[in-house]
Design a protein around this ligand. Structure first.
Ligand code: SF4
Ligand code: SF4
Ligand code: FES
Length: 232
């Protein structure tokens, strides 16, 4: 497979043609934070937490959705990037109702982990505090829209790996909602196979198993890649 060379954080890194900056950076030991990205799924570029600086580019680009190019000079950790990541996470926290102490994912949540990593101990923006709703009509699972960060991992894993395409996104901006079968209660879905992949892929407490009151199992990224390969 053709290869190219780029520079990431002053280190020369070899990458495959078509490989993302994120993948090349991680392989070379640079730890770029992510939220919407999940190995084995097509990148959505939805959260912008993985922003990196590329020499000659006017603004930061998402590492998960930007291909590595020959000769690129990439920096993954600058004051500007940290400030942008902090702002993104604070806005996510302000947009819905993230009360970690009473969340099924407390201490197992990727949003919570990222906030801690970025040293966020308060939010500078006004909390919107929407009444976003909860759907527990499914026999085994529930979705709490108050915890949803619209990363679309559930939409993609259901479509790309399970092939059911039960989930979609309705609306725009902060008013967006994840919907099931064109906005029907999950329990009445005719497309959901009950596989639970969406629940496993969710980085927050938005999607949960009813009989797992304190936490969800950790996501096995390797299995998603296996499932994708087996569908081809
Ligand atoms: S349980 Fe499986 S089929 Fe049902 S919505 Fe989730 S990923 Fe799709
Ligand atoms: S329900 Fe979970 S996986 Fe789906 S968009 Fe919301 S936070 Fe992401
Ligand atoms: S992880 Fe890259 S945009 Fe979300």
């Amino acid at each position: 497979m053709p290869r190219l060379t780029l520079t990431i954080n002053n280190r020369s890194v070899s990458a495959r043609r078509g490989e993302s900056i994120l993948s090349a950076a991680r392989r070379s030991g640079s730890d770029i934070p992510t939220l919407c990205n999940l190995g084995g799924l097509i990148p959505a570029g939805a959260c912008r937490v993985c922003l990196v600086e590329v020499a000659g580019y006017p603004r930061p680009v998402p590492a998960c959705a930007t291909r590595a190019e020959q000769g690129m000079v990439v920096t993954t950790d600058t004051e500007r990037l940290t400030a942008a990541r902090r702002m993104i996470v604070e806005l996510l926290l302000a947009e819905r109702n993230h009360s970690c102490a009473v969340c099924v994912m407390n201490r197992h949540c990727q949003l919570q982990d990222l906030a801690a990593r970025l040293g966020i101990d308060h939010v500078r923006f006004a909390f919107i505090s929407p009444q976003a709703g909860v759907d527990i009509s499914h026999a085994r699972f529930g979705i709490d829209h108050n915890r949803c960060i619209l990363c679309r991992r559930c939409v993609r894993v259901c479509d790309e790996i399970e092939g059911a395409h039960t989930w979609d996104v309705d609306g725009r901006g902060a008013a967006s909602r994840i919907i099931c079968d064109l906005a029907q209660p999950w329990g009445t879905s005719t497309t959901c196979t009950g596989c639970g992949k969406c629940v496993q892929a969710c980085p927050t407490g938005a999607l949960f198993e009813k009989d797992a009151p304190t936490q969800k199992a950790t996501i096995d990224m390797e299995r998603l890649s296996e499932w994708r390969r087996s569908r081809k």
